[in-house]
Structure formats: structure tokens, C-alpha cells
Design a protein around this ligand. Structure first.
Ligand SMILES: Nc1ncnc2c1ncn2[C@@H]1O[C@H](COP(=O)(O)OP(=O)(O)OP(=O)(O)O)[C@@H](O)[C@H]1O
Length: 635
């Protein structure tokens, strides 16, 4: 059925699922990893973002468990032990991995709505339940046979923070074969669940997905604790002889055999970015002797990986990441602008190049500030950051997934691992702090061989960071620049300026109301009567009714003005809207040919990235210094 997959001799159920999802051939990382993982080797895989790493480790796990389940047949009762643990840095990524693996157990193509429902409820996130969803069979190829009823042969479930822990415990109680988890929540549960703790010591597979990120997200201690549990008992009891017994040689001989021994745990570490040094060290290393070498806790990814319980004496390292960290189908660019103009440049970009766009900001406050402005400008944008409730995060992700031109304003919580199909553009509203973050953010677009575009917004005080960033990626060429029609940009600035004024006026009113309400509520809760002094001082402080009325009227005027502006067509310089056949640009011709930009009259419809220009040569040092001093930029 799928000749390109034949050589891996995958379980027929997986072959059917690959066929149903039209994965006709393995991706390069899958093609390189599968022969090793299927033979019991430990693998460290580094491949560009969106290259199919999940199945590179997922298929061998599912293959093994499905084969094992077939041999087990019926009859076994009681809670099935967890056989594979996948640790992922964020809730979204864990849920996504779990859905991806489940889709390989269901031979029915998942319906995105059913998927999101399942994602909202990890208790549903097992193969048996999902198959009951209204899974749409693909039109072509023909729908495969329905799966048999009854409990799933292999179940996958996600355990993440922000969801009902009770429900997740119930899922665990039913038996989970592949557990996908974020370290924080898993550690909470493990501490109260001795059975689970015991099971983690007998895993057949351990996966660290986006391992480097887990250290950044403050999960370090929990992850270390969990990894400690996965050290298998026999090893902990092993006493290292202090003198030469000749045993060591024999052991080394046995160890030099590739792969893990039968039934032992296989470890997979996957990421889009793993330092070359670390990869070299991993190749050279032997097994860890003791967990807490020097009695110190691991603090870096290098430490952590060096402490992993690789059972394979020579873990295979597959690195097919592109030089400089960029994907071939990705077009990168930058635009230089003042910090205060970034909103206008972003607005310009969104109108000039419509498409599903993921905008990365470095702070939650930044998102909170930008969101109402986008709203006032009638740009549909959704936030994604760690202070949103989990349900809200999933809802926003879902909306972003299902709205073709949606905008997602996200912090780096969304940078890694998230697989939203067809993200057209990534915008770095602020320069990311590390080169890895830059690569991972960009990795949300240009996935699975699709084209993608990224724009780095660079303020004068960020130039130095950008230079360092490019240097650490080994880039010699500067990023190409996105050209901007300055005439059009001015119009954007006027609109943004109005939106900001309205927002700050509304914000003032909201804050006043909030402060007043807060005082009253607190006083009420504490059963304190606010005395007349307080009331009168409040009255004094509060703007008079008249003042408020005037302020409200001003805001209403501003709103009306903005509404009016938004209604007006954005016309490029040199274009007459009255006589669209005249002027320097033949708008009519382009309209007829469907080549015009929908919101910016007179500008051709072009894809982002198709009109990039080489950056201007840097000014001579003296001139630059003068410019920087003049602009108050630190030398
Ligand atoms: N063999 C295949 N053929 C076609 N598409 C595939 C194949 N394997 C995976 N995909 C699709 O490619 C997309 C990216 O896969 P995946 O999320 O595993 O990438 P990744 O390498 O883990 O990315 P990241 O590093 O960003 O997490 C997914 O939508 C997946 O369904």
C-alpha cells in the first residue's frame, strides 16, 4: 500500500493510519531515525522545525506497543502500566503530541472539531474515545475499515497542568500505555501515586521532546525528579567496584553491542536545536555512573542529558538540522523601525500581506497592550500566553487554526513544537533573546515543506542583539529587508495613533472604575464601613460629572474619527480612485486580473517575501555614531 514505508515493517494498523493521513513517504528525519529506533537504539534526533519529529519517535513506540498488545491478547486485567513516557515543555505541545499519536491509532482522519474537543478534555484524549468522535473519513483514499469496539489495544493520553487533576487521575486509573506529559503536572501526580512512580521505573520508552525548552520553562526540578524515577532499579543497586576485577572489560564488551538489551528502556531525545558540543559529548559518553555526580543538581541541558539513563552504550545522534538553523522553504526578512512605530509597521504588514500570522512578543504586558489596539483597528487577533486559563489558550489556538487570516499574539510559550498547519507568517515584534528562540519561533511557519515567511522587527537599540544573534547562527549575510511604502505607512500611523488615544482614554476609565470598585469590595468584605471622609475624598478625587461627560464625548469623537478613517480606502501614492484607469498605476488592469491588494488600492497583490530588498550598506562608522548619538542610542 505504501512502498516507501515497507522497509520499516510497521504494524499494519500504523500503515493504515499513515495511508489514511496521506503520509506517503517518511520525512528525512523519520527515514533516518526509524531504522535505528526500530532496532532498539537510543536516538538523539536534531532536525528542523516541522520536519516530522513526533512520528520519528512515535512510530517505533506505537509499533512496539501494538505488537506487544497483539501478543498479550485478552485476559489481562487490572491497571495497565505506562510503557512510554513523552515529556514535553508546554501544555499545548503535550496535547498536540498526544493527538498526533492518537491519529496514528485511529485509522479515521480526525475531525478538527472533535480534535479540539478532545484537546480540551484530555480524558477524551485516548484512542477508544476519539474513535467515537465524528471522525470524517477522507474522500480519497477510501475510508479504511472501522476499528473494533472495546478498549483500545494501545492508549495515549496527555497529563498537563491547567486541567482537572481528578479527571487525569481517572484516565491514569483506566490504564495508559503512552503518557504524554508536562513535567510539572506529572510530578504533582506522581508524588501521590506510588503505582505510577513504580511504573515510571519500568518504562520501555522515554522521550524528551524539545528537551532544551524544558529547562527554560522552569520545569527543571520536576523534570530532574521524574528522570530520576525512570532510572531503572537494577542500576541504582549496582555497586561500582573500586578495584579491577576484569569484569569491567567483559561489561564493556557487552556494552559495545549496539542498542538496548531486550526489554530495557529506550531513550529518545528530539529537538530542533541541540548544540554540536553536546552532541559530541553524548557520542563520547558512557552511561551515567551515579545520578548526583558531585552531589550537584543538573542545571543545564548538557548536565541533564549527560545524566539521562541511556541504556544504549552508543546513543545514535542524527543531526539533519540545516546550517544556520533555517528551513529551506522559509524566507526570512527584517524591517528597521523605531520602537514606537512597531504597531504601525505591524498593521502595515498585516494589511499588505494578509495571511495567518503569528506575532511573537517578549512580554504578556506587550500582548495586553497591543490586543485592544488591534481590536480597534478591526484586526482579528487572539492572545496566547501563560497567564490565560488553559481552556482559553486552547480556544484561541483553535480559532487561530481555523481562521485563515487570523492573528495570534503570543509569547514564547507558543514558540516551540506547536504544529498549526499553514501559518503563513511569523513576526518577531521584539527580537528574541536567544538564537534558539529565533529558530523555534520561525519554525511555526514553513512546516512540512510548505513555504513560510518571517519578519524580524528591529528597533535601533535591538541592532546589536540582532548582529549577535546572526553571528551565533553563523550567518554572514544580513537579513533581506521588507520594503515599506512610506506614504501608506503614514496612513497606518495616523490610524494607530487614534487607536492608541482611544485605548488610553478607555483604559483610564476602566482603571478608575476598577480602583473604586476594589476599595468598596474590599471594605465590604472586611466589613469596614467607609467613613464620610473617605466618601468625600473619593468625590474630590473623582472627576466631576461634567469632566467625565467631556472625556466621554472626546472618546466618542475619537472613535467616530477612527471609524471614518477605517472606512476610507487606503490608496497608494499616485493613484486616483476617481479614475482608476488613469494615474501612474493601472489599478483597473490589476483589479481585473485579480492582482490587486484588497485593502491597499493601487498596490499589487504580492506574497510576503517576494519583494525583499538587500539591506542598505551600513553607514560609515562616524556617521553611524553620530546618528546613534543623535537618536540617544547608547554607543
Ligand atoms: N511522513 C509524513 N508525511 C507528511 N506529513 C507528515 C509526515 N510526518 C509528519 N507529517 C506532518 O508534518 C507536520 C509536522 O510534524 P511534527 O509536528 O512532528 O514536526 P516537528 O519536527 O516535531 O516540529 P517542531 O520541531 O516544530 O516541533 C505535522 O502536521 C505532521 O502531521
Amino acid at each position: 500500500m505504501l512502498p516507501n514505508w515497507h522497509r520499516f515493517a510497521l504494524h499494519p494498523q500504523l500503515a493504515r493510519a499513515l495511508y489514511a493521513q496521506r503520509f506517503t513517504a517518511p520525512t528525512p528525519i523519520q527515514a533516518e531515525a526509524l531504522p535505528l529506533t526500530m532496532q532498539g537504539r537510543d536516538v538523539v534526533g536534531v532536525a528542523e522545525t516541522g520536519s516530522g519529529k513526533t512520528l520519528a519517535y512515535g512510530l517505533p513506540i506505537l509499533h512496539h506497543l501494538l505488537t506487544e498488545a497483539a501478543a498479550r491478547q485478552s485476559g489481562s486485567v487490572g491497571r495497565r502500566p505506562v510503557r512510554a513516557l513523552v515529556l514535553a515543555p508546554t501544555r499545548e505541545l503535550a496535547l498536540q503530541v498526544s493527538l498526533h499519536l492518537n491519529a496514528c491509532l485511529n485509522t479515521v482522519t480526525p475531525d478538527p472539531k472533535a480534535e479540539s474537543a478532545a484537546a480540551e478534555d484530555p480524558a477524551l484524549n485516548v484512542a477508544s474515545k476519539k474513535s467515537k468522535g465524528k471522525g470524517k473519513a477522507p474522500a480519497k483514499p477510501a475510508a479504511p475499515p472501522a476499528r473494533p469496539k472495546g478498549p483500545p489495544a494501545v492508549s495515549v493520553a496527555a497529563i498537563v497542568g491547567g486541567m482537572s487533576a481528578q479527571k487525569q487521575r481517572r484516565v491514569l486509573g483506566r490504564g495508559v500505555d503512552v503518557l504524554v506529559a508536562t513535567p510539572g503536572r506529572l510530578w504533582d501526580i506522581v508524588q501521590e501515586d506510588d503505582v505510577l512512580a513504580e511504573q515510571l521505573a519500568r518504562l520501555r520508552f522515554l522521550v524528551l521532546d524539545e528537551a532544551d525548552r524544558m529547562i527554560e520553562t522552569g520545569h527543571f526540578a520536576e523534570m530532574e525528579n521524574i528522570l530520576r524515577l525512570t532510572l531503572q532499579h537494577a542500576k541504582e543497586d549496582e555497586i561500582e567496584p573500586e578495584f579491577d576485577t576484569g569484569m569491567e572489560e567483559k561489561k564493556e564488551e557487552a556494552d559495545s553491542k549496539e542498542g538496548v538489551k531486550d526489554g530495557e528502556m529506550q531513550t529518545f531525545v528530539f529537538s530542533a536545536t541541540l548544540s554540536k558540543d553536546l552532541q559530541r559529548n553524548l557520542k563520547k559518553r558512557g552511561r551515567p555512573r551515579t545520578w548526583t555526580k558531585n552531589g550537584k543538581a543538573a542545571t543545564t541541558l548538557d548536565d541533564l542529558l549527560m545524566r539521562l539513563d541511556f541504556r544504549d552504550p552508543t546513543p545514535a545522534v542524527i543531526d539533519i538540522s540545516p546550517e544556520g538553523g533555517s528551513v529551506a522553504t522559509l524566507q526570512e526578512s527584517r524591517v528597521e523601525c523605531l520602537t514606537t512605530d512597531k504597531d504601525a509597521y505591524l498593521y502595515y504588514f498585516l494589511l499588505r500581506y494578509p495571511g495567518r500570522t503569528l506575532v511573537f512578543l517578549s512580554s504578556i504586558d506587550g500582548i495586553r497592550r497591543l490586543l485592544p489596539i488591534m481590536d480597534l483597528l478591526q484586526i482579528p487577533a487572539f492572545p496566547l500566553h501563560s497567564q490565560l486559563e488553559q481552556r482559553q489558550r486552547l480556544k484561541n489556538l483553535d480559532r487561530f487554526r481555523n481562521t485563515p487570516r487570523a492573528i495570534l499574539l503570543a509569547t514564547d510559550v507558543a514558540a516551540r513544537g506547536l504544529d498549526v498547519p499553514a501559518v503563513d507568517h511569523v513576526v518577531h515584534y521584539q527580537v528574541p533573546r536567544t538564537a534558539d528562540a529565533y529558530v523555534h519561533r520561525n519554525g511555526r511557519t514553513a512546516r512540512a515543506q510548505r513555504r513560510g515567511f518571517s519578519l524580524l522587527m528591529c528597533a535601533p537599540d535591538e541592532r546589536r542583539v540582532v548582529r549577535a544573534l546572526m553571528k551565533s547562527l553563523g550567518r554572514e549575510e544580513e537579513l533581506l529587508e521588507m520594503p515599506v511604502e512610506l506614504y501608506m505607512l503614514d496612513k497606518m500611523k495616523a490610524r494607530v495613533q487614534l487607536a492608541r488615544q482611544i485605548d488610553s482614554a478607555q483604559h483610564r476609565v476602566r482603571k478608575e472604575n476598577h480602583d473604586k470598585g476594589w476599595l468598596r469590595n474590599t471594605a465590604e468584605a472586611m466589613e469596614i464601613a467607609l467613613d464620610s471622609d473617605f466618601e468625600s475624598s473619593e468625590e474630590e478625587a473623582a472627576p466631576s460629572k461634567q469632566k467625565r461627560k467631556a472625556a466621554d464625548a472626546k472618546t466618542a469623537n475619537l472613535k467616530a474619527e477612527l471609524k471614518q478613517l477605517l472606512k476610507q480606502p487606503l490608496v497608494a501614492q499616485g493613484v486616483s480612485t476617481r479614475y482608476i484607469t488613469s494615474g501612474s498605476v493601472s489599478v483597473a488592469d490589476e483589479m481585473i486580473a485579480g492582482q490587486y491588494n484588497e485593502t491597499m488600492v493601487g498596490l499589487r497583490k504580492t506574497e510576503a517575501g517576494s519583494d525583499l530588498v538587500r539591506a542598505k550598506k551600513p553607514k560609515s562608522k562616524a556617521v553611524r555614531q553620530e546618528f546613534e548619538e543623535w537618536n540617544g542610542i547608547e554607543a
